[in-house]
Design a protein around this ligand. Structure first.
Ligand SMILES: C[S@@+](CC[C@H](N)C(=O)[O-])C[C@H]1O[C@@H](n2cnc3c(N)ncnc32)[C@H](O)[C@@H]1O
Length: 176
């Protein structure tokens, strides 16, 4: 894996384990922002089909190296399909720029509030979500968790959480 790709980390494993608990054998699954592909690769064994996206070409290549079909696109823009399960560990640290050029900066920087990429994702994901579809989204206390729970488009439930030093990470299960 190149240094330009977000390495599997605590948040990756928190999402991976929550995704494995949530996955059903008939699910058509999508991982947005796949990075190394570690989450999507695990989902491939537990679902009917998995597809991944990332805006970073090096990440798309890393996921493909794990056997995950991956597309380079912004969030879900290039997809024209319906998914039962969509998972996303978004960039969630407050940053001065939502779209810096550097791959790692783009993996962690979520704009001024830290929630900008994830909020845009929540606006766009309904287009590719099946009627009974479920979304798993990682959120951090460093940029706000309640704000996602109060999103009017979704019902939210905390399905996993962990504490790392001064940060709480949660996985939210969102349904429409
Ligand atoms: C925190 S990393 C998570 C990577 C991987 N899913 C994991 O859990 O280890 C966020 C990922 O989202 C990708 N990303 C950032 N903005 C994106 C966007 N607008 N569309 C698609 N992917 C994006 C980054 O390139 C990065 O790979």
């Amino acid at each position: 894996m190149t240094r330009d790709v977000y390495p599997p980390s605590e948040d990756s494993f928190l999402l991976r384990d929550a995704a494995l608990d949530e996955a059903r054998p008939d699910d058509r699954a999508l991982e947005v922002g796949t990075g190394s592909g570690v989450v999507a690769e695990a989902l491939a064994d537990e679902t009917r089909r998995v597809v991944a996206t990332d805006v970073n070409l090096a990440a798309v290549r890393a996921a493909r190296d794990r056997g995950v079909p991956a597309v380079r696109t912004d969030l879900v823009a290039a997809l024209d399909a319906s998914f039962d399960l969509v998972v996303f560990n978004p960039p969630y640290l407050p940053s001065s720029d939502e779209t810096p050029d550097d791959g790692i900066a783009r993996a962690v920087g979520g704009g001024e509030t830290g929630r900008e990429v994830a909020e845009r994702f929540l606006d766009e994901v309904p287009r590719v979500l099946a009627p009974e579809g479920r979304v798993l989204l990682v959120a951090s206390s460093l940029s706000g968790i309640e704000e996602f729970e109060e999103n009017e488009g979704f019902d939210a439930e905390r399905v996993a959480s962990d504490r790392y030093f001064f940060e709480e990470l949660v996985v939210l299960r969102l349904t429409q």
